[in-house]
Ligand binder design. Structure first.
Ligand SMILES: Cc1cc2nc3c(=O)[nH]c(=O)nc-3n(C[C@H](O)[C@H](O)[C@H](O)COP(=O)(O)O)c2cc1C
Length: 329
């Protein structure tokens, strides 16, 4: 079974990818995907690719050695093809195309999930990107079941396949479903009956039991995990059977590392990621609070800590609170 870390804008950035792939270990994730890089009008400068994927500077691998694929979002086949080509010249090991983003600001410019009503455009995009990148570099797509309804899901899957994609990840919801539970895993089994390319199941896998249920209902062999991986950083190592659950005090050390890594980018901006990834103290604190709020969904200690941290705005005070929480039972 392949397990992939989902692209999540503002969440699975270089810092989170580093932490999660390190905790998951060498046998953990098969690869990660960057947050979407939006392509609207031009060939992007190389620095944008390094910003989203500083791992390009180290063979496109996280520190733990897990590959990072680049995700592009846009609607112009030629422009996407040119940007995909540049990404591969910079070292991207694979290109993923986003046909799932539900954001209004993106959809109103014909990007993301809105294209699910235009299978022909999806075909043109995947074909153009496929032609533009070297044959040994996979091109993949990630989609939802549809925009308002699931009617176009088979047409889109077939378009993506006939355009030459190497695999297709499906978030088992429409754009209209937003993130409302449940995820409709059984629809993926229908898609699988109509295509031969590998279909990767995605949506609401956040425990051993939901993984088993998802694989059963979707009839897929591979899975992509997003929020569940951030809420339970040890989930993938447990699925792989390589590690017991993290203790809270171990998780505290990872939180401190997350804070410190982001803080280094503030105090020594050129020493980390060669200055490509910008950070501010406020930004780093916001990112940490966001993670802590998510951890609170699984870890009672995180909930207690969040109550103390949420109004705090001084980095050093937050670090002290996190350190002290290691003693929580
Ligand atoms: C905060 C957030 C940001 C996301 N950003 C992206 C993105 O940049 N590209 C993408 O393809 N999907 C994005 N997604 C969708 C996820 O990759 C995934 O399909 C979705 O969260 C369902 O999987 P999950 O239940 O395992 O989280 C995002 C989801 C969230 C919650």
């Amino acid at each position: 079974m392949k397990i992939l870390l989902a692209p999540m804008e503002g969440l699975t950035d270089v810092y989170m990818r580093d932490i999660l792939t390190t905790i998951a270990g060498a046998q953990g994730y098969d690869w990660c995907v960057t947050e979407f890089i939006r392509v609207t009008q031009q060939l992007l400068p190389a620095k944008i690719f390094y910003q989203y994927c500083p791992e390009l500077l180290q063979d496109s691998k996280t520190n733990a050695g897990t590959l990072v694929h680049i995700q592009l979002l846009g609607s112009d086949p030629q422009l996407l093809a040119e940007n995909a080509h540049l990404a591969t010249e910079l070292g991207a090991p694979a290109i993923d195309l986003n046909f799932g983003c539900p954001a209004k600001s993106v959809n109103s410019h014909r990007g993301g999930a809105v294209l699910l009503d235009e299978p022909e455009t999806i075909y043109q995009i995947v074909s153009a990107v496929r032609r533009a990148v070297p044959a040994h570099i996979p091109v993949s797509a990630k989609m939802r079941l549809g925009f308002n309804d699931r009617l176009p899901m088979l047409d889109n899957a077939l378009a993506i396949q006939s355009a030459g994609a190497s695999w297709l990840t499906v978030h088992a919801r429409t754009k209209a479903d937003a993130y409302k539970p449940p995820a409709h895993w059984h629809e993926l089994a229908k898609i699988r009956q109509h295509v031969t390319l590998p279909v990767i199941a995605n949506g609401d896998v956040n425990s051993m039991s939901s993984l088993a249920q998802c694989l059963h209902e979707s009839q897929c062999f591979d899975v992509m995990i997003g929020r569940g991986a951030v809420i339970r950083p040890d989930l993938v190592a447990q699925i792989r059977g390589t590690q017991a659950a993290l203790t809270w005090s171990e998780l505290v050390q990872w939180q401190l590392k997350f804070l410190d890594d982001m803080h280094q980018a503030v105090v020594q901006p050129n020493s980390i990621h060669e200055g490509y990834v910008k950070s501010t103290e406020k930004g780093a604190i916001g990112r940490y609070k966001q993670w802590l709020a998510m951890l609170s969904q699984h870890w009672p200690q995180a909930k207690l800590l969040f109550e103390l941290v949420k109004k705090e705005s001084l980095y050093q005070k937050i670090v002290a609170l996190v350190l002290a929480s290691a003693a929580y039972p």
